[in-house]
Design a protein around this ligand. Structure first.
Ligand SMILES: [Zn+2]
Length: 275
């Protein structure tokens, strides 16, 4: 069994079994547009009957779990990248061993929630900010699938993308007096957010959520921009850099580069039989 502590709550340990041929068969029709849903199914399937539903885990818990299962079950863990070095103006090859990402992991010693006050309809109101969980990510994924039916140049597509960005905000916080039902609560928050004044209320709300989420960072070091997730590589030191001291001895202070490595769940979910 593979033991895994959730980075958002290290007191919670779950156990995964190793993926089998049967799992490969089960996920062979994995739809890349449904990677969040497949992630939930995969992480639950590997836990067996008494699973802790991964739909409630944060996106970072889920990504780290996929990575953790991967590094504990695969032999070849090197990914090769090449990049243009800003320091010596040459191309370098960089072998990233996936295990090395372990050095970038952050864990939280408190619940992944933060209460901040923000201006809503001229009143300072407390909101509870938390990272997007599996359920929120699946909801956004569904809206994305609906957006894909539109031509990418169309105004319908632009509106759907704007709605997705709005959902990322609305699904990142809760209000004290909102409906208990999850979807009704989204509609309630959406109606409030749509009525906010753009400069004085909406922008500060987004900024406060962003700062709170930075305080709550956990899991593998990553960068998320407009729904695109990149893992951040360990530093790679320029091999051509030779800095010398006054005696002409190399000092070894080579400048480093970190790379953004696009993250896709399906790269970590076995869905093809490697024979
Ligand atoms: Zn270089």
């Amino acid at each position: 069994m593979i033991s895994f502590d959730l980075p958002s709550n290290t007191k919670k340990t779950v156990k995964f079994r190793e993926p089998t041929v049967d799992d490969c068969m089960a996920f062979c029709d994995l739809n890349i547009e449904l990677e969040e849903r497949s992630t939930t199914e995969y992480l639950n399937a590997l836990q067996g009957d008494n699973y802790d539903d991964s739909i409630n885990w944060t996106g970072d818990d889920r990504r780290m779990a996929l990575w953790w299962i991967f590094i504990n079950t695969h032999q070849d863990l090197d990914l090769t990248y090449n990049y243009h070095c800003q320091h010596c103006d040459e191309e370098h090859y960089f072998n990233v061993n996936m295990v090395q990402l372990d050095n970038t992991v952050k864990t939280l010693d408190r619940k992944p929630v933060e209460v901040v006050k923000t201006l809503i309809n001229d009143e300072l109101v407390p909101i509870t900010v938390s990272p997007l969980n599996g359920r929120a990510l699946q909801y956004i994924e569904q809206v994305h699938i609906e957006a894909l039916q539109f031509d990418k140049e169309s105004s319908d597509y632009a509106k759907a993308v704007a709605y997705m960005r709005m959902l990322e905000v609305v699904l990142s916080f809760k209000l004290a007096n909102e409906p208990l039902d999850w979807e009704e609560a989204i509609d309630y928050r959406l109606a409030i957010v749509k009525g906010l004044r753009q400069e004085k209320e909406f922008k500060p709300l987004v900024a406060k959520i962003k700062i709170a989420l930075q305080d709550l960072e956990h899991g593998l070091l990553s960068d998320i921009q407009e729904g695109i997730i990149n893992l951040i590589s360990p530093p790679h030191y320029c091999p051509n850099w030779v800095e010398k001291n006054e005696k002409g001895e190399a000092t070894g202070n080579a400048p480093s580069t970190t790379l953004l490595m696009r993250f896709h769940s399906f790269a970590f979910i076995p869905n093809a039989l490697e024979v």
